[in-house]
Design a protein around this ligand. Structure first.
Ligand code: PRP
Length: 209
């Protein structure tokens, strides 16, 4: 299945991604770059959002305004996605927020869910899943399984870096999903870390767990 993929190719995004890749960047520097890059990714992800017209009066005359027809639900995948949600919310103040917690088992590389806090009915609601990393794709596919089970039919994965295997896994899931991302990297190493990647985005924001 062909999946719509939008790589945000912009000098400002590339410079922020470089800060995140740089092993010398401290946690605070990494968090700041992630916040600022999230602004650009979400801005691009909203480009085709459905809008509706409504009458508005300027101080001078009546005109037609526009507003979002369906504000999305933002779903950060804990922990790493937490660093994206504040900026995404600031950009889309009418968006709701749900939470999914998932930690990848270091040996099997399989996602282990530990938190699910989502509205029961997601039919008709666009959902933006926020997670900086798409490595094997296991965590993202599992998250989208949860959303689709609640009726979601319009899901956007907003990520910073992916491995081609993760993009393929997402496409092969057959779910109604598109991907907005800053970079698709070379591949995965033997520990299923993205190469060159940026390390572990959770650890780099919050320290090791
Ligand atoms: C990382 C990352 C994704 C997942 C990607 O989280 O934030 O959620 O791994 O890997 P996958 O595509 O192979 O599933 P991690 O499990 O390290 O948890 P953390 O965010 O709490 O650090």
């Amino acid at each position: 299945m062909v999946m719509q993929t939008h790589v945000v190719d912009h000098p400002l995004a590339a410079a922020l991604l470089t800060t995140m890749r740089d092993a010398r960047s401290e946690n605070a520097t990494f968090r700041s770059a992630l916040r600022r890059l999230t602004h650009m990714l979400v801005y691009e992800a909203m480009r085709d959002a459905e809008v509706e017209e409504f009458p508005v009066d300027t101080p001078v005359a009546a005109t037609t305004g526009i507003r979002l027809a369906k504000p999305p639900l933002l779903v950060p995948v804990l922990r790493a996605g937490l660093g994206m949600v504040e900026q995404a919310s600031a950009l889309i103040p009418s968006a709701g927020v749900g939470f999914v917690g998932m930690a990848r088992d270091e040996e099997t590389h399989q996602p282990v869910p530990y938190l699910e806090s989502l509205p029961a009915d997601l039919s008709g609601i666009p959902v933006f899943v926020l997670d900086p990393m798409l490595a094997t794709g296991g965590s993202m596919v599992h998250t989208i399984d949860l959303l689709v089970a609640r009726g979601a039919t319009d899901v956007t994965a907003v990520c910073v870096v992916a491995a081609p295997a993760g993009v393929d896994a997402l496409a092969a899931s057959g779910h109604p999903v598109r991907l907005v991302i800053a970079s698709i990297d070379d591949g995965l190493d033997e520990n299923a870390f993205i190469v060159p990647g940026l390390g572990d985005a959770g650890d780099r924001q919050f320290g090791p767990r």
